[in-house]
Design a binder for this molecule. Structure first.
Ligand code: PBG
Length: 332
């Protein structure tokens, strides 16, 4: 350096980055296991867990192996799970009848977990896609192109009561029908389930990042040219932010206890905007495609897995999420 060169500045932000201690003292965002909700896939049967090819290290569990997973999770400090059932093909129908079975796979799993691990919070997914033969989140009209809103909400409300009676802590409608939060709140209250909370998927986008999830629960239609369903008639347009604010506001007015944004990583602006406008806690769902993308790149040696996982979760929290649904929960 030229000896005459002198940078005359008083403010040097790097001072605070000089030592590990200074860095740690100034750290604004921490992700801890108690912020995380582990999504889990479940299936019928007694045999062990299946691999999911598009989601390395994630398995589809029988109820028995789910209980073992819960034990491991609670040892790691994970206090909440969100089960998603892979419903047998023979139980799927146009009207999603199995969704209203008190002994459905999902309801049996909730009961079994609550019995063994009463302190484990359960987020029950409320949507019809695991149960419909076409894989949509609702009942199709005669044209086969449009999901009937009110008919779908009626089933979701019934499904919510069953999940709450099975012991779910949170009812989490992920269908994006209009008015479902209010209908669910009403019916829960009528059934003396006023302590069951609603975690509303308020800003759920019509995202291409759900692909691996649809493989995992088997809701991707088979043998069609288009591999994944188009859900743009109910999920939000990824180009829109104001529409997400309107959805969040409606869910809050209808009685949601927690508002969710999904996916997370590419929707940090939405998390931050909703956070500014509500005093409710915010959840964000780091979805299957986000998980698989990070996994694929790190398996190839292109990214440092541990650091990327941590950075992705920290960013979601920094944007304003109070809790994160993530398939990385066990690793963190
Ligand atoms: C459907 C549902 C989806 C996810 C959770 N619930 C997918 C969809 O809308 O098709 C996606 C989660 C993920 O990708 O990890 N009700």
């Amino acid at each position: 350096m030229n000896e005459n060169f002198k940078l005359d500045i008083k403010k040097r932000p790097r001072r605070l980055r000089k030592t590990q201690t200074r860095l740690a003292l100034c750290e604004e965002t921490h992700v801890s296991p108690s912020d995380l909700i582990l999504p889990v896939f479940i299936k019928e049967g007694k045999s062990g867990a299946d691999k999911i090819p598009s989601m390395p290290n994630v398995y589809r569990h029988t109820i028995d192996s789910l209980l073992r997973l819960c034990e491991k999770a609670s040892k790691k400090g994970i206090m909440a799970i969100a089960p998603f059932p892979q419903v047998e093909q023979s139980k799927k129908s146009l009207r999603a009848d199995e969704a209203l079975n008190p002994k459905s796979l999902a309801n049996r799993a909730i009961r079994a977990v609550k019995k063994r691990f009463p302190e484990m919070a359960i987020v029950a997914d409320i949507a019809l896609d695991p149960y419909t033969s076409h894989g949509h989140d609702g009942i199709l009209d005669a044209s086969g192109e449009w999901i009937l809103n009110d008919e779908t909400v009626e089933i979701l409300a019934g499904m919510s009561v069953l999940a709450a009676q099975a012991g779910a802590d949170f009812i989490a409608p992920s269908d994006m029908m209009d008015g479902r939060v209010g209908a669910i709140r009403n019916i829960l209250d009528e059934c003396d389930l006023s302590d069951t909370a609603i975690m509303a998927y308020s800003a759920k986008y019509a995202s291409a990042f759900y692909g691996p999830f649809r493989d995992a629960i088997g809701s991707a239609p088979k043998g069609k040219t288009k591999k994944y369903l188009d859900k743009k008639g109910y999920q939000l347009n990824p180009a829109n932010a104001r529409e997400a604010l309107r959805e969040a506001q409606l869910d809050e007015e209808e009685g949601a206890d927690i508002l969710m944004v999904k996916p997370a990583g590419h929707y940090l602006d939405i998390i931050a905007k909703i956070k500014e406008r509500t005093t409710l806690p915010i959840a964000a769902y780091q979805v299957s495609g986000e998980y698989s993308m990070i996994y694929a790149a790190s398996k190839n040696g292109w990214l440092d897995h541990e650091r990327v996982v941590k950075e992705s979760l920290t960013s979601i929290k920094r944007a304003g999420a109070d809790m994160i649904l993530t398939y990385f929960a066990m690793e963190v």
